[in-house]
Design a protein around this ligand. Structure first.
Ligand SMILES: CC(C)(COP(=O)(O)OP(=O)(O)OC[C@H]1O[C@@H](n2cnc3c(N)ncnc32)[C@H](O)[C@@H]1OP(=O)(O)O)[C@@H](O)C(=O)NCCC(=O)NCCS
Length: 175
């Protein structure tokens, strides 16, 4: 189904198409400030677009972070969006799986996400209880804080996830 889906790292000229995706996929949330900050953040973000017939149909971002007291890089997956008319065609999954490969190439073996476990469990994400989110999460979101180990031998982490500037807005974690 994804034979004609091309996935590549985003480029500056993709910004308008990426922003439109978030307007369409999140009609009740304004993610544009975050999306713009992440696109400008450069080397510390893996930003991938899915393209079909020259149109951007999906986007995912992984931000490099670290766990308090540790020096290994880990990643935070978000945001992720697929054009609403093209849901359930495997585009979201292809973006996430391609992102995992990019992270592996950067020796990043641990990924965190704050998202619906009903979706992210399909990739192997499980509830995370040793590493806490950068800000205290509302009680009803605790199960949404998840992680995945991309390589078996990775040592477990413990502590708080330290995030760079684009993620240091408490509203991103509490509302
Ligand atoms: C979530 C999203 C990225 C998935 O993209 P997609 O290209 O449709 O994903 P895939 O095709 O890889 O997977 C679709 C499957 O996931 C399921 N799915 C999607 N969102 C889900 C959710 N919140 N809970 C449970 N299952 C979900 C679909 O029902 C479908 O199931 P199926 O394979 O049994 O048919 C897309 O629905 C989207 O952009 N949603 C709006 C923005 C959003 O919620 N982003 C995620 C932030 S946490």
């Amino acid at each position: 189904m994804n034979d004609n889906l091309q996935i590549r790292e985003s480029r500056p000229g993709d910004a308008t198409g990426i922003e439109q995706l978030y307007v369409d996929a999140f009609p009740d949330e304004d993610l544009l400030p975050l999306v713009r900050e992440l696109l400008d953040f450069g080397q510390s973000v893996v930003s991938l677009v899915g393209i079909r017939e020259n149109v951007i149909v999906g986007h995912v971002s992984f931000t490099f972070c670290h766990v308090e007291g540790g020096k290994d890089k880990v990643a935070l997956l978000a945001p992720l969006a697929v054009a609403p008319t093209l849901h359930k065609q495997g585009i979201g999954s292809a973006l996430v799986q391609t992102g995992f490969k990019h992270l592996g190439n950067s020796n990043i073996g641990y990924v965190f996400v704050l998202g619906d476990p009903a979706y992210y469990s399909r990739f192997g994400f499980r509830a995370e209880d040793k590493v806490v989110a950068p800000y205290p999460l509302p009680a009803e979101w605790r199960g949404a804080w998840q992680s995945i180990h991309l390589c078996e031998e990775e040592a477990p982490y413990e502590g708080k996830l330290c995030v760079p500037e684009p993620w240091r807005h408490i509203a991103l974690w509490t509302s």
